[in-house]
Design a protein around this ligand. Sequence first.
Ligand code: ZN
Length: 75
Amino acid sequence: MSDNRVVQGRMVTGRKLAELIEDDSVMETEAIQDADRDCPDCGGNVLEVGYMPSVTEFVTGWKCQDCDWSETDRD
Ligand SMILES: [Zn+2]
């Protein structure tokens, strides 16, 4: 199973997806998974990725494949 997915027309890795969600660089990322939810803005497919923005923090982030919507479990 490939860890690369198309997000807003671009092929992204788990790291790139996490950086899009975080709007910053990240240290570690897990594999991309399909979230069991639809985008609240456009109804598109939502991807989930766990990542570490720093050594002391683990964040789960979600990002729509079709629009700018994203969210983290910090919210
Ligand atoms: Zn969307």
